[in-house]
Design a protein around this ligand. Structure first.
Ligand SMILES: [Zn+2]
Ligand SMILES: [Zn+2]
Ligand SMILES: [Zn+2]
Length: 191
């Protein structure tokens, strides 16, 4: 009977610890963030516009005894065949032209999702920072050679949460050549 009580008290302790554990940066109080910095592209929907197969050549239609794992020359027509993910855990053999279009569309979709995510992230950071009395932030760039000219110019400078510079706030710059901005806001408490 005593053992049961000891286990019950230990169990309660674990539950309380789990409840008390901070969900994110402990220093940032206020509204809870509803954003993730990770963008998942696994479920990317793409229409090839034809019936796909995982074991026949997309050029000449011969069946592979052993389908390629990634890319391979067709033993029949000698064209290069590529194997791509088509969603739902399915793979398909496609032509090089189809593969190029697919990867371009996938990259564009990834950039679009990153921009969307970054905008939410910025708005959330702004909301939480203002809640704890911040009026401005320092623009921090990724600091590598891919940073665009606008972001490089804004790097290290102070911006008001309420006044966006010409190409947008840190993390939402619309001039980034990569398709999305990788900069972030360092929250400060004096402007
Ligand atoms: Zn072939
Ligand atoms: Zn930029
Ligand atoms: Zn940037």
């Amino acid at each position: 009977m005593r053992a049961v009580w000891i286990f019950a008290i230990l169990g309660l302790g674990v539950v309380l610890l789990a409840i008390r554990r901070p969900k994110s940066q402990a220093s940032m109080d206020g509204p809870e963030p509803d954003v993730s910095e990770r963008v998942n592209i696994d479920s990317f929907p793409y229409e090839f516009g034809r019936n796909l197969s995982n074991d026949t050549c997309p050029y000449c239609g011969i069946q592979f005894a052993k389908p390629p794992i990634r890319s391979r020359k067709c033993p029949g027509c000698k064209n290069r065949v590529e194997r791509v993910s088509v969603g739902g855990g399915q793979k398909a053999l496609v032509t090089m032209a189809e593969s190029e279009k697919y990867w371009a569309a996938r990259a564009a979709e990834f950039s679009r999702r990153m921009r969307e995510n970054n905008l939410r992230l910025f708005q959330n950071t702004k909301e939480r920072a203002r809640y704890i009395g911040s009026r401005a932030y320092i623009w921090q760039s990724a600091g590598d050679s891919s940073v665009c000219a606008i972001c490089a110019q804004n790097n290290g400078k102070t911006f008001s949460w309420n006044q966006a510079p010409e190409h947008g706030h840190a993390g939402t710059c619309d001039a980034c050549t990569e398709g999305y901005c990788r900069c972030w806001c360092e929250v400060i408490f004096s402007d």
